[in-house]
Design a binder for this molecule. Structure first.
Ligand code: SAM
Ligand code: SF4
Length: 358
């Protein structure tokens, strides 16, 4: 196989994707990243869009085997921000000209929670004169709930498939999960009209390069609008941690795999939104900038108040937990500057792909 030929192909085959995922030579990798950046520049522009991330509650009814805030981790102090605190953060995002926000939390689907979110969406729309875009990342909900949140003004939803391989999915999740329901949720969001985002964890124990390539093909076959995928990072108080043989080796490999996945996905789906996720930064201080250079175009700066950040630790070494949103803003702007991208303020930064498919 010839790298130059593959990088210039219109249609990549599964074998091409496997070949690219197996690249290790530094010069070859640079060629891959450069090509992905070129594609991003052509289809999206040398631009980065912000989504201010509000991690408003770590209360979760689920027990995902890898996640630090899983229900059974009793070392976590549980919190839910008040409505006022959440609105204060949304107002901060609006006043600082972030085009949109993401509301994220542990999973709950009880009536009280659904109504709490109803109110927040409504009030954020009011305080921003309908200008702030709202993405939700609140796990699996009923179709009715997805519909009411959409009707109230949320327009993007992120729900990772975590792994498109059903067996691996089952190994990551106890009986409180059902792969089929996960797929249905993504289909329901699309039917309702959301811009649909999904993603996977990259490099958890037992996952192979072929599995990851099949994840990329899954995004393409499901015509996904936006992808937020990031390296699996160990959290020691979780069942998955016990399957990690050497955390040092895992970290190096997962950063490497994470960047390759971003670049290859950009070649495969040229006009979608791809996030440079925080987990990359947990593995390397400039991990997110490396992802922007490899084709990502979305950053999700955490804008949750400092006092809550330590209790929303999905994995070890989560960055920025000692900072306030204003610190992150300045630090990020300087970082994006080093990449050569322009930060686009005040716009939703929707996925061009969404408008083509609808
Ligand atoms: N509860 C919602 C859900 O699961 O969709 C939203 C919040 S959840 C914390 C967001 C994402 O965090 C998950 O989709 C998962 O991929 C990621 N995550 C959790 N634990 C992780 C870990 N140890 N390493 C990397 N990512 C992790
Ligand atoms: Fe809960 Fe989401 Fe963590 Fe799973 S990944 S335990 S649903 S917060």
């Amino acid at each position: 196989m010839n790298l130059e030929v593959i990088l210039n192909k219109d249609q990549l085959t599964r074998d091409d994707l496997i070949y690219l995922m197996n690249l290790e030579d530094k010069e070859d990798l640079q060629k891959l990243y450069d090509k992905a950046y070129e594609v991003k520049a052509e289809y999206i522009g040398q631009k980065v869009y912000y989504r201010g991330l509000i991690e408003f509650s770590n209360v979760c009814v689920k027990n995902c085997n890898y996640c630090g805030i899983r229900k059974d981790n009793n070392k976590v102090d549980r919190f839910t921000m008040t409505e006022e605190e959440i609105l204060d953060r949304a107002k901060w995002a609006y006043e600082n000209n972030y085009g949109s926000i993401v509301l994220q939390s542990g999973e709950r689907s009880d009536k009280e929670f659904v109504e709490f979110v109803d109110n927040i969406i409504k009030k954020i729309k009011e305080l921003s004169n309908d200008e702030l875009g709202i993405t939700l990342s609140l796990g699996e909900q009923s179709k009715e709930t997805y519909q009411r949140w959409y009707d109230l003004g949320a327009h993007r939803y992120l729900l990772r498939i975590e792994s498109s391989n059903q067996e691996l999915y089952n190994s990551l999740h106890p009986d409180d999960h059902d792969f089929k329901r996960r797929l249905e949720c993504l289909a329901e969001m699309k039917e309702i009209g959301y811009q649909v985002g999904t993603g996977v964890m990259i490099g958890f124990p037992g996952q192979t390069i072929e599995d990851l390539v099949d994840d990329l093909i899954f995004f393409k076959e499901n015509d996904i609008d936006m992808v937020g995928m990031g390296p699996y990072v160990l959290h020691e108080d979780t069942p998955t941690a016990k399957d990690v043989e050497d955390n040092g080796v895992l970290k190096t490999r997962n950063l490497n795999w994470g960047l390759k996945m971003v670049a290859i996905l950009r070649l495969l789906m040229k006009d979608i939104n791809i996030a440079a996720t925080t987990a990359l930064q947990a593995l390397n201080p400039v991990g997110r900038e490396m992802a922007l250079k490899a084709g990502a175009n979305i950053l999700m700066p955490i804008i949750t108040h400092r006092k809550y950040r330590t209790e929303y630790q999905l994995y070890e070494n989560k960055p920025c937990i000692d900072e306030e949103a204003s610190d992150c803003k300045n630090c990020l702007a300087a970082r994006v500057g080093t990449v050569g991208d322009e930060i686009v303020y005040g716009e939703w930064g929707d996925s061009p792909h969404y408008f083509k498919r609808t």
